[in-house]
Write a protein that binds this ligand. Structure first.
Ligand SMILES: [Zn+2]
Length: 343
């Protein structure tokens, strides 16, 4: 593991929050009279051993928590902000640029009017210290964008060994596949393949995923901190938003050799971080569940094959695996459903 170059010594405020409708749209707002505290979002909280339960992962840092929450669920959003604070989107270039905000708020006329009036992230009618707010819809977009970034970076990584084996031809094929995907999935004007191709010319900075990562890293800068008590200074990171701190922490963790993965247990499938290359589960719970699930599946398959012994084994097995993929479980249910699909 590479040594740490820079200390992590900036802090970020957090309070207690609720989701409330104001000015016709939903906002994450501080609760009235809640007390603000400060903490260091860049501190290394990752324990040496895997946690017992999934939820513990949320405490390991805002960059891990933001990768795990479901942005569709208000409870998840509140769990995040009550642990780590607002994202500070009003201080970022990305989430205050007309282009981005318009593309997120395309159907929310109310919200766009607030944006134009400079009230999207601030409610001046509230008292000092409680004015900051974040629209749920923009918070959700920021979470999705961050989660997509981690996924995409891992996707490129997984393809890498194939590329090395395949040589020049394979590289071209890979590049074209990514360009196709970018055209389809990302926020690029339709039919502008030339533009997307132009962005991938420098293969070291390939694809809009890395353009986005670098765009967010601009929110962070090195900073010198002076400590009066010890009369000494130390280097650290300066930032004006939690989301900026989250991107720099993702970036430094990644380059210090930590792995960002998705839990192998399908029902969880949440992002987690680990220092052990062999770790495939976000918690002991998920590992246990995965193995008991595999054990059950073996049993169910055996029973299914016995039940339909007059049929071709391979056909039964194929249907069985489709059903498991679709989320079926339980011997009786599976045998019954196989019967239906054989008709
Ligand atoms: Zn898990």
């Amino acid at each position: 593991m590479a040594p740490k170059l820079i200390d992590d010594n900036s802090t970020w405020p957090k309070s207690n929050y609720e989701i409330k409708e104001e000015d016709g749209i939903q906002f994450i707002v501080p609760m009235r009279g809640a007390k603000e505290t400060r903490y260091n979002p860049l501190l290394d909280r990752l324990p040496k051993v895997r946690p017992d339960i999934e939820e513990e992962n949320l405490q390991y840092g805002p960059h891990i928590a933001l990768g795990r929450i479901n942005p569709e669920k208000h409870d998840d959003i509140l769990e995040f902000v009550n642990m780590w604070g607002l994202l500070g989107l009003s201080n970022t270039k990305k989430y205050t640029s007309t282009k981005s905000v318009l593309s997120i708020l395309s159907k929310e006329e109310n919200a766009f009017r607030l944006f134009e009036e400079g009230k999207l992230y601030r409610n001046n009618k509230r008292r000092n210290g409680e004015k900051d707010r974040e629209p749920v819809i923009i918070f959700q977009a920021a979470v999705r964008t961050y989660q997509t970034l981690i996924n995409d970076i891992n996707r490129y990584k997984r393809d890498n060994p194939l590329l090395k084996l395949g040589g020049e031809e394979k590289r071209k094929e890979f590049r074209n596949a990514v360009i196709d995907r970018e055209e389809k999935e990302k926020d690029h004007p339709e039919g502008q393949r030339d533009l997307i191709e132009a962005m991938t010319i420098h293969e070291s900075q390939a694809f809009s995923t890395y353009l986005h990562l670098n765009e967010m890293l601009e929110e962070v800068h090195p900073q010198s901190f002076f400590d009066i008590v010890s009369n000494s200074d130390s280097p650290g990171w300066g930032y004006n938003s939690l989301i900026g701190a989250i991107y720099i922490k993702f970036f430094t963790d990644k380059h210090e050799g930590k792995k960002f993965r998705r839990c192998k247990m399908k029902k969880c499938n949440k992002q987690f971080i680990t220092t052990r290359p062999s770790n495939e589960y976000c918690s002991d719970n998920c590992k246990g569940y995965y193995h008991s699930q595999k054990h059950n599946e073996k049993k169910w398959l055996k029973q299914s094959l016995l039940h339909y012994e007059d049929y071709n084994n391979e056909d039964i097995e194929a249907i069985f695996h489709t059903l498991i993929e679709e989320g079926y479980s339980g011997e009786v249910k599976i045998i019954k459903e196989i019967g239906k699909r054989l008709d």
